[in-house]
Design a protein around this ligand. Structure first.
Ligand code: DX5
Ligand code: ZN
Length: 235
């Protein structure tokens, strides 16, 4: 069931925004149950944060866990790489069965080559930009990637406060997409809540990552539904 994020060979259809729960704050002792719960709650895709304790302070998990999630999940998976040497390791994550591999522009020395390597596996190649990185840094690469993930917090931890500077970046990307007739997803990650989701959706975000706003709530279905409704109304 890969319908909401179509294969990279097909044109992008962006009608309603998709919420991607970030597994970072889930109960990893019951990973398969958590995935099932999220899918039953209506999650249409999942976001996995790979951190190595060097590119960002926290250490999470790697390829083996992504493969386990792939086996347990039926919805598409985005892998968000926050590790050193992404030029070298992106291919390993592209081969996990993920649908999107997102690499940080700040962590790449050969962005075009790395995006092409990911794309050669049939996986969507997205570029992430941290709060201090301007959209102009990825502008020349827009035709080489399938999406841009705007970080609305400093990468590294869940549960941080949303940085409103992300809104202008999403708006700019949306403008570029429209004016250049380009075909890429616009994502946003960090501090998304019932208070902030409308602003990013209105600015043009298609893939909206939500960690604590879903995983730290009693009722995943209720949390997802509320976020989705707010995102949809803001369009
Ligand atoms: C932060 C991660 C996010 C995080 C989101 O570095 O990239 O995906 O899990 O968590 P919230 O939504 O709680 O900010
Ligand atoms: Zn993330």
């Amino acid at each position: 069931m890969h319908s909401v994020i179509p294969p990279r060979t097909t044109p992008l259809v962006v009608d309603t925004p998709i919420i991607l729960p970030a597994l970072l704050l889930c109960d990893f002792g019951h990973l398969a149950d958590e995935i099932k719960k999220l899918e039953e709650a209506g999650a249409k895709a999942l976001h996995l944060d790979i951190m190595d304790g060097q590119f960002v302070p926290q250490l999470t998990y790697g390829k083996v866990v992504v493969e386990a999630v792939r086996r347990a999940a039926t919805v598409p998976i985005e892998v968000h790489m926050m590790v050193e040497d992404q030029d070298k390791t992106a291919i390993d994550y592209a081969n996990t069965g993920a649908d999107i591999v997102t690499v940080h522009i700040e962590g790449l020395t050969r962005p075009e080559d790395t995006l092409a390597t990911i794309a050669s596996t049939g996986v969507r190649a997205h570029l992430a930009i941290s709060p201090n990185t301007p959209v102009s840094d990825v502008e020349p690469l827009l035709s080489h990637c399938d999406g841009v993930l705007v970080m609305s917090v400093e990468p590294g931890f869940g549960g941080q406060v949303f940085q409103p500077s992300a809104i202008e970046k999403i708006r700019r990307l949306h403008e570029l997409r429209t004016s250049q007739g380009q075909d890429f997803y616009i994502g946003v990650d960090g501090g998304i809540s019932t208070k902030t989701i409308a602003s990013v959706s209105q600015a043009g975000a298609d893939l909206i990552v939500a960690g604590s706003a879903v995983l730290q709530q009693e009722n995943y279905a209720h949390a997802l539904q509320e976020l989705e409704d707010l995102a949809r109304k803001a369009r």
